[in-house]
Design a protein around this ligand. Structure first.
Ligand SMILES: [Zn+2]
Length: 414
């Protein structure tokens, strides 16, 4: 028996007026998903507890059976785990974004933040800037005093780790939510450690602003990556072993560090697929092949995560969201189920959205999402398509962490 999980990130939604009152899942052509739903079970499940932020971090923890109410400490430790960073007790990790502040002759606090990604800085440029910053004697001394070290990444998303860090009551805002705003009221606040982080950010700006790479970027008409921004704080997270809990081995196939980190923490392997981008142009076929290869080679379980529906919704790109859902159907579900049938593998399949991402707000929503459970040995003759409305007619689960994996693996819910 083989077990497959498919997550269409943020594909669930509310009815959209311009789609004639249908949701994107209802409007998009998804014949394969609908045929599976018709023979399987459709219900609704809540993956984001109300007391925590609705997002892929809390929702995907739930899907893999880790209750965020017991284990969630923040987003960055999950991402840190993707690169093998282990936090010691008392240590806190932060996302350390490269950002762009406006070029203006003003005090630091009066400047506006123009980009949460340092003008989409990538690769060597980003690695050089962050390494040079932490090698600068003045900054190095301040970072040392703050107990701060950095793990450079070849993108705008570095990870910083601070020893003996106090994050009680601290307020660190996501930079992408405040583009174009003056930073004075956005800078770290809430406790003494916030002042330390704010001073590091101010010092980083004074050093990075004149860096030759940023001078070149300005000449090339690009935004300078002239600052760093600490946010997404969290302490070490320990998750139960997936293998010990469910007695299944498996792999996770995704483009995003968050999923790789959760996989590492629960002890599942990660399969990297070339061309898996986390965007609409991702390598759908490559992900299917990777899942099939894992199952053929003796693994029990494969998870395919597709980020594109979520990204398109955040970008306000409704046609893109519809296309992402249709490609999930025609380029993931179709080849996957055809290959399994051809090779005579019995399987159980769970398909769901982690959380809703709303076309109306371009943001996340933690309300229940529809799940589809299919068993190749059975026909429920239910006859419903895969949609939010079908989900509402089926079983309702208030806590995905407790039920989803047992449901997939035909195990008793603890
Ligand atoms: Zn999202």
């Amino acid at each position: 028996m083989k077990y497959i999980l498919v997550i269409g990130d943020g594909m669930a939604d509310n009815p959209v007026e311009s789609l004639g009152g249908k949701t994107p899942l209802q409007y998009a052509k998804t014949p394969v998903l609908d045929a599976l739903a018709a023979k399987g079970e459709v219900g609704a499940v809540k993956n984001c507890p109300d007391s925590l932020p609705a997002g892929s971090d809390t929702a995907i923890l739930s899907i893999f059976g880790a209750d965020p109410l017991n284990c969630y400490t923040g987003r960055s430790p999950l991402e840190a785990a993707a690169t093998g960073i282990q936090l010691a007790p008392g240590e806190v990790s932060y996302r350390c974004n490269m950002v762009a502040y406006e070029d203006a002759d003003k005090p630091f606090e009066q400047k506006k933040i123009l980009s949460h990604s340092g003008g989409s800085i990538e690769g060597e440029e980003s690695l050089t800037l962050i390494s040079d910053l932490f090698a600068n004697p003045t900054f190095a001394a301040a970072a040392e005093k703050a107990g701060m070290r950095v793990y450079p990444a070849p993108s705008f998303r570095h990870i910083a780790v601070q020893k003996d860090a106090d994050i009680q009551g601290i307020q660190l805002l996501p930079p992408h939510d405040h583009l174009g705003e003056v930073i004075e009221t956005l800078l770290p606040s809430g406790n003494q450690n916030a002042t330390v982080l704010k001073e590091l950010m101010k010092l980083a700006h004074s050093i990075l602003d004149q860096h030759p790479i940023n001078q070149e970027r300005r000449h090339a008409g690009k935004l300078p990556a002239n600052g760093v921004w600490f946010w997404a704080e969290g302490s070490a997270v320990i998750l139960d072993s997936f293998v010990e809990k469910y007695h299944k081995t498996g792999t996770v196939i995704s483009a995003v560090p968050l999923c790789h980190g959760i996989a590492n923490l629960v002890g599942l392997s990660v399969t990297l697929v070339p061309g898996a981008t986390g965007e609409l142009d991702t390598n759908y076929e490559g992900k299917v092949e990777a899942a099939l290869d894992a199952l053929r080679s003796g693994q029990d379980f494969a998870a395919i995560h597709v980020e594109a529906p979520d990204e398109c919704t955040h970008n306000g790109d409704l046609p893109g969201k519809l296309q992402a859902i249709e490609w999930l159907d025609s380029r993931v579900m179709k080849p996957l189920t055809e290959a399994l049938a051809q090779e005579g593998m019995d399987y159980r399949l769970l398909v769901l959205s982690d959380h809703k991402t709303l076309t109306s707000t371009r943001g996340h929503d933690g309300e229940p999402v529809p799940y589809l459970l299919y068993d190749s040995r059975q026909d429920s003759k239910l006859g419903l398509p895969y949609s939010e409305a079908s989900g509402e007619q089926g079983k309702q689960y208030a806590n995905g962490a407790a039920v989803l994996m047992p449901m997939l693996f035909e195990q008793a819910v603890n």
